[in-house]
Design a protein around this ligand. Structure first.
Ligand SMILES: NC(=O)c1ccc[n+]([C@@H]2O[C@H](COP(=O)([O-])OP(=O)(O)OC[C@H]3O[C@@H](n4cnc5c(N)ncnc54)[C@H](OP(=O)(O)O)[C@@H]3O)[C@@H](O)[C@H]2O)c1
Length: 340
């Protein structure tokens, strides 16, 4: 029988509890849009109350049912997906069963990690898998993305270049609804100011600042309302050092970006992590000796006496993705290097 509005709410609630998308749709369709059932019920009610034409009541019930079905279909696409998505059913259940909970468990969520094929990004993808979610590994090179995804059970792969808007749109379209997006992409131009190259400066800003802004533009349409976008800043922003102006300035800009984006994209959360020096793999290019010396010095320049590990960052990422009351923030995971 066609639902009346208060019942509609109950129906949505029941549908959100359905174990599969199909059964959710069935529950909704039966209650919203089954004109035959509505007509029969209306006719029966009409006859029961002794109306001259039970058909008129049946027709009215059918019209009401169809109107409700139409209104439901016109729900904002994101809201609709939010209601019908089976994995969101578990979120609703969690919220109902744990009303005091301030976190949203990542289990069965879809999380895109741009830069996820190696180093910190790959560690994040692994941690996301261990948390029960599905990592979608994004890399410029699809082969690298696929190779990385093959090393994590259930992981997916997509080609994405964060400096290219078409590539962002294509990738988001391909991967479908997402709960969170993390981007670790960066491009380095570590030279003294006197040697700056205009195009390399632009590339650095594109990878860390402009790309994530364009990503936010499109991700806002695809992310769940209680999902989040996580950017990467870095300790260089707070420790000015000759030769690292581009790194410092781009990382600093990320911190401002998350405050502005968080306000405009709310309730979607936008945060950043600012790592200290991490033995992520990205320093390997220095060669063994130089890298060892650099990491020793960097460890001494922290309050905890060591450089970071990929796992230090991955654990902070999980906390931020789950932390439903944190937005617009930059979390420093640097062993105190910023204030040492
Ligand atoms: N490691 C540290 O000590 C440290 C310190 C402070 C801050 N951070 C920040 O933490 C983040 C991760 O660090 P990391 O050490 O893992 O860095 P990384 O080794 O340089 O990794 C960067 C990742 O971004 C990808 N990438 C670069 N440009 C891209 C683009 N245009 N589109 C899509 N992906 C792109 C790279 O993929 P490709 O394989 O395609 O190049 C790579 O997977 C970076 O933002 C970095 O600035 C790191």
């Amino acid at each position: 029988m066609a639902a009346i509005p208060p019942l509609q709410t109950v129906v949505l609630d029941r549908a959100s509890d359905a174990p599969t998308l199909t059964s959710a749709i069935n529950i909704g369709a039966f209650n919203f849009g089954n004109p035959l059932a509505a007509w029969l019920a209306g006719a029966a009610i009409g006859a029961g109350f002794g109306y001259a034409s039970a058909n008129i009541v049946g027709a009215m019930m059918t019209a009401a049912g169809l109107a409700l079905a139409y209104a439901t279909l016109r729900l904002d696409a994101r809201e609709r997906r939010h209601i019908w998505s089976p994995h969101n059913a578990s979120h609703y259940r969690n919220a109902r069963e744990n009303p005091m909970s301030t976190t949203l468990p990542l289990a069965s969520q879809n999380i895109l990690i741009i830069g996820g094929a190696r180093d910190i990004g790959f560690a994040i993808a692994n941690a996301i898998h261990e948390a029960g979610a599905t990592p979608v590994i994004g890399a410029r090179d699809l082969v690298k993305a696929r190779e990385a995804a093959e090393r994590i059970p259930g992981a997916r792969a997509v080609s994405i270049d964060i400096t290219n808007e078409d590539s962002i749109v294509r990738a988001l379209d391909e991967v479908g609804p997402l709960d969170h997006i993390v981007t670790t992409a960066s491009a380095h131009h570590n030279v003294p100011v006197s040697q700056l190259d205009h195009d390399h400066v632009v590339s650095a800003f594109e990878a860390k600042v402009i790309g994530p802004m364009v990503l936010a533009k499109h991700a806002a349409k695809t992310l769940r309302p209680d999902g989040s976008l996580l950017l990467f800043s870095g300790v260089a922003a707070w420790n000015p050092s000759p030769g690292y102006a581009v790194m410092g300035i781009t990382n600093g800009a990320v911190t401002y970006a998350v405050t502005h984006l968080a306000k405009e994209l709310a309730p979607i959360r936008v945060n950043a992590i600012s790592p200290g020096i991490i033995d992520s793999g990205s320093w390997d290019a220095m060669g063994d000796n130089a890298k060892h010396e650099f990491l020793e010095d960097s460890g001494r320049a922290t309050l905890v006496g060591r450089v970071g590990r990929n796992d230090d960052i991955a654990r902070a990422v999980l906390w931020l993705l789950e932390g439903s009351f944190v937005t617009g923030e930059t979390i420093h995971v640097d062993g105190g290097a910023r204030i040492a």
